[in-house]
Design a protein around this ligand. Structure first.
Ligand code: ARG
Ligand code: ASP
Length: 728
């Protein structure tokens, strides 16, 4: 009896040591040490080795980094891949025109020949990962400052060189725990990835920006691609001779659905989180950085929306730009709200108090950590004005207007041009010509002119004059908007595709001199030059200091939490997150269910509202209750939530059940939980997944592309035990 009690206590202690339930994005090679026991207690039936192994095929072989910032998973022996609609959005858009509007109508390749190629799109399979901290730090013991950094850079270079077997692979060494450890990642990179299918936006983006970051949600956020390889199943550039890639592993698909409390695992590439910031950083983020960026983007989005509503061509041209601008804009608002609501500053302060108590126990620790928090505080005060100037520069000059983005990539350095050989010069030309093409495909001058004047006005009005070049301030005082456009914007050759293309084709010293003097290029250079000298330099000096402190702080936290499981911030490397299916209580008196159904789509249906305009075909299927084998209790489930710690980059990640089968595709988080990048609240943070059965239903019943299911491996639901008599 005593023994049993002790054992039980042991389990309790073990669990208590872990971070708050369900928080964390864990390193696949360390699951055995930190997580697998808990995962199995929660219902998981596989082993850590089944998830990640270099000796045999494991789940990791079916998960890819899709493009530069999403996740995808293999679902057939013939290279079929699922990701989100919003992850394939740029590709779907790039194949779209007013005549072939795949955004509006969807796209389904009827045969392999019809699958569409996407130059530049790659998928990365993780071949192996390894802790290389010792190798990175080799020979640095006696070094400090810049010498140490140089040695580290050198070591990393060597490790990568050694690891990169040949050009099929890419190797990356990334710091984790704020540079207290390093991991090597070796990827196999496939670069012929074709678009196979996408539902219309009215399904794949149903609810649009209105429902984005929200629950209850009804978005069929998926698209289908296929990975191609050469005849030996190896990576190759696009060629009509390439064949579908045979993956080492692909996910079987469960038809069973989920129940509350069911174990779910999300396996993917979370991009970036900051869970170990000091209170001062969180305060700056809540009080200045997020609000600044929200303010500028509000202005930009209002303009884009007006222009898009007025012209269907502009709607397509700016669809992707609008979606990506609005996405973070909305998340920042949720983030501030969530941080306030959970009293993130109070929690940080309390933690810092604990930290002080911890190091206060010993003189040695005090000597190491005592100055840390006051130093942080001083540096964040110093950073504040520069942070504002940076927010404005980033949002206005760097990515505010289309024309400045083109200006950034325009050559204007005569001596660099003269020094380069003919081959390099040709490369430069080709590069810009490509950019010009891409720019003008999605450019509407009237729209961009609006954005240009409005954002530049804000730049002048909201920044301290010391952060602005004098000539710029004078220019904006002297000219009204119309004049600004007439004298600057419309005088630029960057507004004229034919002329600009011609100039670049015949690029020479004289042409470059002409570009230097172009009014838009000159204005951009004036703003950029001033920013570099007066903001960027001091900003990065302070920031470097902060990074050093953050590394020490992280080392302190790790020492304080010695023996407990800690997870490093996300850094776009493969991670495992897990939790259980559950809804949540967003506010007093309200409780959200864990799943939604097509019934909810019909409730939102409104042909007058773009985001809620349900396709007639879906209405018909619903009216006939024609859900085929995809329904559960005669209801067609659409999406579900779980309490799992995810972030940007996790979109497209497989949602995996206790048996290792695919049950959904992750695509979002709920509004009340968007602060999870800074602080996770197990009560409020939920990830959102599209139910895999809805994906199959749309492919099969809605789009008539059921032939795609033939290559998937569907695991039938066991006979339903209970029958639900609820009406549909
Ligand atoms: N919020 C999701 C994520 O961060 C989906 C965004 C795409 N959808 C949109 N309406 N902008 O990526
Ligand atoms: N929607 C995000 C993505 O694209 C996921 C998230 O932030 O929860 O990765």
């Amino acid at each position: 009896m005593v023994k049993i009690k002790l054992l039980f206590l042991g389990v309790l202690l073990h669990l208590a040591l872990l971070v708050s339930a369900n928080e964390g994005m864990w390193i696949p090679t360390l699951l055995k040490k930190y997580n697998i026991e808990e995962m199995q207690q929660m219902g998981f039936r596989l082993t850590a080795d089944d998830i990640y192994s270099i000796n045999h095929n494991s789940l990791k072989d079916a998960v890819v980094l899709f493009g530069g910032g999403c996740t995808g998973e293999l679902v057939s022996a013939e290279g079929l891949l699922l990701t989100n609609h919003h992850c394939g959005y740029r590709q779907i858009q790039s194949h779209s025109s007013v005549e072939h509007d795949y955004l509006t109508d969807g796209f389904w390749a009827k045969s392999r020949e019809e699958e569409l190629t996407n130059p530049g799109l790659t998928v990365r399979f993780l071949d192996r990962m390894e802790d290389v901290t010792e190798k990175v730090m080799e020979g640095t013991d006696s070094l400090t400052g810049e010498d140490m950094e140089k040695k580290i850079t050198r070591n990393i270079y060597e490790i990568k060189k050694e690891a990169k077997v040949d050009e099929r692979y890419a190797a990356d060494v990334k710091p984790i725990f704020k540079g207290n450890q390093y991991f090597l990642y070796v990827y196999k990179v496939y670069r012929d990835v074709r678009l196979v299918g996408a539902p219309p936006s009215a399904i794949g983006k149903f609810g649009g920006d209105t429902d984005n970051w929200m629950w209850p949600r009804h978005t069929g956020d998926f698209s289908i691609f296929r990975v191609y390889a050469d005849k030996n199943n190896e990576p190759a550039d696009y060629s009509p001779d390439n064949v579908p890639y045979t993956p080492k592993k692909f996910f079987p698909i469960s038809m069973k659905g989920v129940q509350p409390e069911d174990f779910v695992m999300i396996f993917g590439f979370p991009g970036s989180t900051d869970e170990y910031l000091p209170s001062f950083a969180v305060e700056l983020l809540m009080q200045q950085s997020d609000p600044d960026k929200i303010k500028i983007r509000t202005t930009k989005l209002d303009i884009l929306r007006g222009q898009m509503e007025a012209d269907p061509k502009v709607r397509i041209q700016y669809a992707s730009k609008y979606a990506s601008t609005s996405n973070s804009w909305k998340r920042w608002q949720g983030e501030i709200r969530g941080l306030k609501r959970m009293d993130a500053l109070g929690i940080k302060n309390e933690f810092e108090g604990e930290f002080k108590n911890w190091y206060g126990q010993s003189e040695e620790l005090s000597a190491k950590y005592e100055s840390l928090l006051p130093d942080f505080e001083r540096l964040y005060v110093e950073l504040t004005p520069f942070d504002r100037a940076k927010n404005y520069y980033d949002e206005v000059v760097k990515r505010g207007t289309d024309i400045f983005q083109l200006a950034q990539n325009t050559p204007r350095n005569v001596s660099a041009w003269n020094k380069s050989d003919a081959e390099t010069q040709q490369k430069v030309k080709d590069e810009i010509l490509k950019r010009i093409e891409a720019h003008f495909k999605d450019y509407d001058q009237a729209t961009d002119e609006h954005v240009f004047t409005a954002l530049l006005r804000m730049y002048k009005a909201d920044l301290d004059p010391s952060f602005l070049p004098k000539e710029f301030s004078e220019l904006l005082s002297k000219y009204d908007d119309e004049k600004l456009l007439k004298k600057v914007y419309r005088k630029s050759i960057l507004t004229d595709k034919a002329k600009f293309t011609d100039l670049v084709r015949n690029l020479d010293e004289k042409a470059i001199e002409r570009l230097q003097k172009d009014p838009i290029v000159a204005l951009y250079d004036q703003l950029a030059g001033y920013y570099q000298a007066n903001v960027e330099r001091p900003y990065s000096q302070i920031n470097d200091e902060i990074d050093k402190l953050q590394k020490t702080y992280m080392a302190g936290i790790m020492a304080m939490k010695e023996g407990q499981a800690l997870y490093p911030d996300a850094n776009l490397t493969l991670r495992v997150a897990y939790g259980k299916v559950e809804g949540y209580k967003p506010r007093d008196g309200v409780e959200y269910n864990y799943f939604t159904t097509v019934k909810g789509i019909m409730e939102k249906d409104n042909p007058d509202i773009y985001d809620y305009d349900v396709p007639q075909r879906l209405r018909d299927l619903y009216a006939a209750k024609d859900f085929g084998r995809y329904a559960e209790d005669r209801q067609m489930h659409v999406a579900f939530t779980a309490s799992i710690h995810t972030t940007g980059g996790n979109s497209g990640s497989p949602a995996i059940n206790a048996n290792g089968e695919l049950i959904g595709i992750n695509f979002d988080r709920c509004w009340e939980g968007t602060m999870s990048d800074i602080m996770f609240d197990p009560d409020q943070c939920r990830n959102i997944m599209v139910d895999i059965r809805y994906v199959l239903f749309i492919i099969d019943k809605f789009a008539g592309a059921g032939y795609l299911l033939d290559e998937m491996q569907l695991v039938p639901a066991e006979q339903a035990v209970e029958t639900n008599t609820d009406s549909i």
